[in-house]
Design a protein around this ligand. Structure first.
Ligand SMILES: C[S@@+](CC[C@H](N)C(=O)[O-])C[C@H]1O[C@@H](n2cnc3c(N)ncnc32)[C@H](O)[C@@H]1O
Length: 304
């Protein structure tokens, strides 16, 4: 793994080194989207409703179908799971209690949750929680569901061994990000671990900025975290989204815009995609960084 202490000018203000997860980390386990999957995506995107403005969803069902397409257009989810399973979990002292905030389709939750005795899910969307069923877990696993926004949930003190906030923090106002971390740390056992996963940078940032979105300043958030006396480590990997037709790419960009609070009319988004993400031959690719911010509830000096 490569250690980067300065990725761009903003990182210069941050004392923490960033560990780039390259091919050596993922080695044989890393994959990219295959042609069969690309064909499936084209089929699936034809059945998705086109929104009046990309970045905005008219109902939870449209949002969830787009999330499903988005997840399948990249190996980002798999690579995220691999990072959590191989880089974090082997070092946990206990596997009693796991809290997943914003579990989405529940895939990552079940990969991780299977190893714990009790799994708690917090999500304000009822359908998200309904879709996650105990059958994905061993019969001994206790599955608890809380249908509420995370920042409005009162958590027990020193309760969880592992808390995951994966691709959910964009749904909180940025000025509340640090409050979200504080309330998660309150609920973490002294020897527990909190992992925050955030996509940022590269094509996603340019897309959001181009359509009046608000791309979050991850660097200043990490800088804030580095000023706490917790042990913080930052890892990142470059991830790609692929499509073999324009409609699929429109939906993928629509979800990136939703996460970055941008909005785009169809024709403008089409033009943007053609000039920025086209590989020719009706193929499209966009790249992002997936950040893994790992915070330990121990008063250790940041040392990675
Ligand atoms: C992009 S999905 C993330 C899925 C999953 N964590 C993963 O990494 O694959 C975002 C999830 O956050 C949930 N969410 C949105 N606002 C939230 C809030 N205020 N508190 C908790 N969850 C929220 C959404 O309903 C959705 O399930």
């Amino acid at each position: 793994m490569q250690k980067l202490s300065l990725l761009n000018k903003e990182f210069a203000i941050c004392d923490l080194p960033f560990i780039l997860l390259d091919e050596n980390f993922y080695s044989s386990i890393r994959r990219e989207v295959n042609p069969e999957r690309l064909r499936y995506l084209s089929e699936a995107s034809r059945n998705l409703k086109l929104p009046s403005l990309f970045g905005k969803f008219s109902c939870d069902a449209d949002y969830l179908s787009t999330v499903d397409l988005f997840i399948k257009a990249t190996e980002e989810t798999r690579n995220r799971g691999m990072f959590l399973l191989k880089k974090l979990l082997p070092y946990f002292p206990n596997f009693d209690t796991f809290l997943d905030v914003g579990p989405g389709n529940g895939k990552i939750t079940s990969w991780i949750g299977r190893k714990f005795k009790e799994v708690t899910l917090i999500d304000p969307v009822p359908q998200v929680l309904e879709n996650i069923q105990p059958k994905s877990y061993p019969s001994s696993t206790v599955l608890k569901k809380i249908c509420r926004p995370f920042l409005e949930t009162i958590l027990p003190k020193n309760y969880f061994d592992f808390i995951l906030l994966s691709h959910v923090i964009y749904h909180f106002p940025q000025e509340k990000w640090i409050n979200a971390i504080e309330s998660a740390m309150y609920a973490l056992k002294p020897e527990g671990t909190l992992a925050v996963v955030i996509n940022s940078g590269l094509d996603r940032e340019k897309l959001g900025n181009n359509f009046n979105g608000k791309t979050h300043s991850i660097e200043s958030f990490i800088h804030q975290l580095s000023r706490t006396n917790k042990k913080v480590e930052v890892f990142l990997s470059k991830e790609s989204f692929y499509a073999k037709d324009l409609t699929t790419m429109l939906h993928i960009c629509g979800l990136h815009l939703h996460d970055t609070n941008g909005k785009a009319p169809k024709e403008e988004l089409e033009k943007y995609i053609e000039s920025n993400f086209s590989l020719g031959n009706n193929s499209y690719k966009m790249e992002i960084y997936q950040y893994f911010i790992v915070i330990k509830n121990e008063l250790t000096k940041n040392s990675y």
